[in-house]
Design a protein around this ligand. Structure first.
Ligand code: USQ
Length: 382
């Protein structure tokens, strides 16, 4: 397949590009280094040094003999994006090209504006580039489980049948996100649904939970191919942060009561899910929503697991509740339906003690690069 990856420099985009290229798909990645630039400006740089895309593509070629095309371009520029789509003629566009941090989107007007403009404009441009240049192309879009928030009822897989005054209809599942970033994903889903039902696009919207890990079949070939692994309060997701905190000897930063429950998955499973969605495209006029997670944990459960496995490795891991910088429920009902990807063939990698140990050992190699000033939360929701 010809696969165009928007946001191909990211934590998920780069491993996805390598994984598809290794399997002999023709891959082109597009990125404008937005996350790298924000990370530099906000002092939130990744733990592991990351060569730029052109250099990494060269390293990947040396390791595998496979090529990946690169375009350094801003997908907000419609003329540029439509030219790329017209020239490459993808069968699938995988769209990751968004500002992905909840905390960054809550910093101030400028960061909120950037998140809003970037995320909505790139989704809109992607829709139009497909409609105008490759109308049969399947769009695989990364959404987030955070679109649903934490409702006091089961979270269904995208849709909810509602009975009202004796009549029934099916609607997008109600969504109420907890940050502006997560809200841009809600708006993306509404845009996609409009263009699917009105223009007959084919779209898969993946509602993904927080991802953890570094190792993939391809990144294991050469450490310069590792994904950009963040542990700061802005780009770091909770498991990755806890791994680094355990190694640095900083008490694990449980926000508030720690009863916040989310659906998590291993980076390896993100790759499987995106591949399964790509290899099984939907019909024209279909919006398929898949909940992309493999298991649920509270923050306290993640902290206990990190502490137990870290201590077995001889670390002295402490856990400390810090005042929650976010406005979120700290003790709530959470039960998600997530059978769609399993039905397509997903074989989950669960967060076992062995997986935790392997991640801790990898992070340990970069201990000297940890900057403790980047760990405590700097952005408050209000
Ligand atoms: N948390 C802590 N301590 C920390 C960091 C986070 O207790 O040091 C808590 C948060 O308050 C939250 C939970 O852990 O309740 C998850 O936080 P997170 O930072 O790992 O995840 P989140 O901000 O929701 O965002 C991340 C990615 C985002 C993706 C999302 C999936 O940055 O791109 O969309 O995970 S989801 O959470 O399902 O919406």
């Amino acid at each position: 397949m010809k696969i165009l990856i928007l946001g191909g420099d990211g934590y998920l985009g780069w491993p996805t590009a390598m994984s598809f290229a290794k399997k002999n798909h023709e891959v082109l990645v597009v990125d404008n280094y937005l996350r790298r630039n924000i990370a530099r400006e906000t002092r939130s740089e990744a733990l592991i040094p990351m060569p730029n895309l052109h250099d990494r593509v060269g390293i990947f070629y040396q390791a595998t003999g496979k090529t990946i095309g690169v375009e350094i371009a801003d997908c907000k520029d419609y003329m540029l994006l439509s030219r790329i789509v017209r020239d490459f003629k993808p069968d699938t566009v995988v769209h990751y090209a968004e500002q992905p941090s909840g905390p960054y989107s809550m910093t101030d007007y400028q960061s909120a504006r950037l998140t809003f403009d970037n995320n909505l404009t790139v989704t809109f441009n992607t829709i139009w580039a497909i409609l105008e240049e490759v109308p049969d192309c399947h769009l695989v879009k990364l959404g987030t489980m955070g679109e649903y928030g934490t409702p006091n009822i089961d979270i269904e897989e995208g849709w909810l049948e509602i009975e009202h005054k004796g009549r029934k209809d099916r609607f997008l599942y109600p969504r109420q996100a907890g940050s502006l970033y997560h809200t841009t994903k809600v708006l993306d889903t509404d845009l996609l649904w409009f263009y699917v039902r009105t223009y007959g696009m084919r779209v898969t919207d993946l509602m993904q939970g927080p991802v953890y890990g570094l190792s993939t079949a391809e990144s294991d070939l050469d450490e310069r191919l590792l994904p950009n692994f963040h542990y700061d309060d802005i780009f770091g997701t909770v498991v990755n942060r806890f791994l680094v905190q355990a190694i640095a000897g900083v008490p694990l930063t449980v926000y508030g009561k720690g009863g916040q429950t989310r659906g998590y998955l291993n980076l390896k499973d993100t790759l499987q899910c995106v591949e399964l969605a790509t290899l099984n495209p939907v019909e024209k006029g279909d919006l398929r929503i898949l909940n992309q997670l493999t298991e649920q944990f509270t923050v306290n459960e993640l902290a206990e697991k990190t502490q137990r496995v870290g201590n077995q490795l001889g670390l002295n891991v402490q856990v400390k509740s810090v005042k929650n910088p976010r406005k979120e429920a700290e003790d709530h009902y959470y039960n998600t339906q997530h059978s769609g990807l399993l039905d397509l063939g997903l074989k989950p990698h669960y967060l076992t003690d062995e997986v935790m140990e392997e991640m801790l050992k990898t992070v340990m190699k970069y201990k000297d690069r940890i900057d403790e000033k980047m760990i405590l939360p700097r952005v408050k929701w209000s």
